[in-house]
Design a protein around this ligand. Sequence first.
Ligand code: NAP
Length: 240
Amino acid sequence: MKRVLLLGGVAEALAIARTLGPEHIYSLAGVGRVPTDLTCQVRVGGYGGAEGLAQFIRDEGIDLLLDATHPYAAQISQNAAIAARVSGIACWALRRPAWQPQVGDDWRDVSGWAELIEALKPFRRPLFTLGREPLQHLHEIPPEQFWTLRALDVYPGNERCEVIGARGPFLIGDERELFERRQIDVLISKNSGSTATEPKLEVARERGVPVIVLQRPVLPEVDREFGSVNEILAALTQNL
Ligand code: NAP
């Protein structure tokens, strides 16, 4: 019987974890909710880099490493590819397809924070949907801007920034209301490719609001890449 270590933290990973038996392990960083109703084992917390992950793979007799982490969680994906290689096991990965701009979209790609701040200059009321990272930059908000930050949890803002704590999936009606109430004139987003967070893009399109898109990180090559949960489940059925 093969033993799988599934690296997760997104909805698709949880869907895969729900199909795994008790010999397999679902691994979470510990930043989000930990499910308590799974048949497989659940492990919470980091490994101490690629070396620590490789050690865990050897200690636990793991046969297959399955990276189903978020497309912007580049460090753990890099560690996974290295750890699998040095341990002599296969690494498979779920590589969620990116969103593509549609007719009517005004998307502006940026590669990092400095470019993002530059791209923000013409705007007054940005909505950030990047998670917690912008919290480090609250002191940089220019006097003419008011920021709305949406993160998983609520954090203190300041006189020019309000932080909203909310977890997807988000409904189009709620997103419309958010843009209207706060008079959002630019959206800042990762290109996560998730259907749970896609409605904000639709609202930006409807309202002619530009979207500043933080480019995806480059992820390592792995033995097999999959674009959907169903493809992974089919491959697991054949290989376990
Ligand atoms: P990251 O920068 O790639 O990873 C940072 C460190 O967190 C890793 O080096 C590892 O610690 C630990 N880690 C990450 N995922 C882990 C997992 N599934 N199991 C055990 N340890 C893990 O990741 P991140 O961007 O901070 O994201 C953290 C987690 O949140 C990921 O699992 C990701 O799937 C999820 N998530 C991320 C985003 C996002 O936008 N980045 C959005 C939604 C969910 P060690 O080096 O000590 O092993």
